[in-house]
Design a protein around this ligand. Structure first.
Ligand SMILES: NC(=O)c1ccc[n+]([C@@H]2O[C@H](COP(=O)([O-])OP(=O)(O)OC[C@H]3O[C@@H](n4cnc5c(N)ncnc54)[C@H](O)[C@@H]3O)[C@@H](O)[C@H]2O)c1
Length: 435
């Protein structure tokens, strides 16, 4: 099938590569010419496990092309996925500027009947806006569909190739049949394609992210309670996660959720609700708990130094908002580091993948360590922000020997508090009853 993906960021690139992998003729388009020229040379602007060889293989075998000519790319596809960014507007709503720009381009280049699919995360009612924008430029018939994307950065290929489910919002047999066929190779093991109306598909994406964000904020608040009453959130997590009604996933407390999706999608859901006269108090609380959680590492660190970080040198392990990605959007590392710098402290940071991204954010205001041990050398404390595998089993004697003060503030509960204390650390986790 001829497929066009407009927007070659995380989602567009992964979707395009995976659709080419199953034999489709895919063109991925983007207005960012530099990105397209890098991608054409198999030089990926993002780190995502397994993506680079898949892109290279499909380009060399002729099924995947990259183009900065969005109009020509639109004329190529029978199915057109819109996968451009939907950043938060100033009022928290999803900014549909890019989506509607693409819709207008589709309208101007509709050379045959096509299926136009919104894959970007967009508020309920957006497919209708896209439909109207295309119609205002063209009388050629076409079909709309909504296909929200549920991939996780860091496991994106696996999530796309073996999705728990595919959600397809359709209102025509053409869209149902064509998209059903396009997705059939990805659901061979029996996971469902869920066909539904377009509005329900649009709401499903926000409901999924709001639910996951809620679980995280819920556990962060339980962790806060554990710290104050001397309980261990790790045990509580197991105690509830084994209940099949609750399930074990997404119950890890931490330094607050970040990334390009949860913060903006919860905000956009709240805005949608407020606009229609609802009171979205649950989601507002989820957001408020998260905002507080993002300050927790800085607060704990500051308290350990008697309220002042002036002149302190702090090692930070992990800058990405989670492991297995170089994405730092809304990462809890950012308010932590900015807070340390504002308080007159210094930072030496390590991350296995995100240092280049961090250089754009912090420039020469912080130091960049070549490995985790380099980061802790002569530092007054270590703060762990991201749960990278390389931080899970370090040579702790070496870490303790390198630190001026053996203080570890662990935002991911990577270590056993008793073992850390036996090894001579002053150890502070999240919800371990010791903060
Ligand atoms: N990143 C994720 O994990 C994830 C997961 C599920 C859904 N989503 C959603 O998918 C959408 C895309 O997210 P992303 O992370 O891939 O964003 P991204 O910022 O990585 O990529 C978006 C791309 O769109 C391009 N673009 C913008 N306007 C364009 C235009 N008019 N024509 C062509 N290209 C244009 C940009 O240059 C950029 O390369 C968002 O709505 C996001 O909420 C993201």
């Amino acid at each position: 099938m001829r497929v066009t993906v407009i927007g070659s960021g995380y989602v567009g690139l992964v979707a395009g590569a995976c659709l080419a992998e199953t034999g489709n003729e895919v063109v991925c388009a983007d207005v960012d010419e530099r990105k397209i020229s890098r991608l054409s040379g198999n030089d990926l602007p993002i780190y995502e496990p397994g993506l680079e060889p898949m892109v290279a293989r499909n380009q060399s075998e002729g099924r995947l092309r990259f183009s900065a000519d969005v109009d020509a790319a639109i004329r190529h596809g029978k199915v057109i996925f819109i996968a451009v960014g939907t950043p938060p507007g100033e009022d928290g709503s999803a900014d549909l500027k890019h989506v509607l720009e693409v819709a207008a381009s589709i309208g101007r280049n509709l050379n045959e009947s096509k299926i136009v699919v919104t894959k970007s995360t967009v508020p309920v009612g957006t497919a209708e806006k896209v439909r109207a924008a295309i119609r205002s430029h063209s009388a050629t018939p076409f079909f709309m569909a909504s296909n929200p994307e549920f991939l996780k950065e860091g496991a994106a290929i696996d999530d796309f190739m073996k999705p728990d489910r595919v959600v397809l919002g359709v209102d025509s047999d053409e869209a149902r049949e064509t998209l059903g066929q396009l997705y059939a190779p990805f659901v061979r093991t029996g996971n469902p394609i869920l066909f539904m109306d377009i509005r329900s598909a649009e709401v499903t994406k926000y409901a999924a992210n709001a639910m996951l964000a809620t679980r995280i904020s819920f556990m962060n608040q339980i962790a806060q309670l554990c710290d104050l009453v001397g309980a261990d959130v790790g045990m509580v997590r197991k105690g509830i996660g084994t209940d099949r009604r609750i399930g074990a996933a997404f119950l890890f407390p931490g330094p607050g959720y970040g990334g390009s999706c949860f913060p903006k999608d919860v905000a956009a859901l709240i805005k949608t609700a407020v606009d229609i006269g609802m009171t979205p108090d649950l989601w507002q609380s989820v957001e408020a708990v998260n905002a507080r959680q993002k300050r927790i590492l800085l607060e704990r660190l500051t308290r350990r130094f008697g309220g002042s970080l002036a002149g302190r040198e702090v090692a930070v392990w992990g800058l990405a908002f989670k492991a297995e990605t170089d994405d730092m959007r809304e990462s809890p590392a950012i308010p932590l580091i900015e807070g340390i710098l504002t308080a007159g402290g210094r930072v030496r940071a390590h991350d296995p993948k995100a240092l280049d991204v961090a250089r754009v954010i912090f420039g020469d205001r912080i130091e960049y360590a070549k490995d985790p041990y380099d980061a802790v050398q002569d530092a007054d404390a270590l703060v762990i922000v991201t749960e990278w595998l390389v931080y899970r089993n370090p040579d702790l004697d070496r870490v303790r020997g390198a630190l001026k003060r053996p203080l570890v503030i662990d935002g991911r509960n990577l270590f056993d508090p008793e073992r850390m204390e036996r090894q001579g650390f002053e150890y502070v986790g999240i919800g371990r009853g010791r903060a």
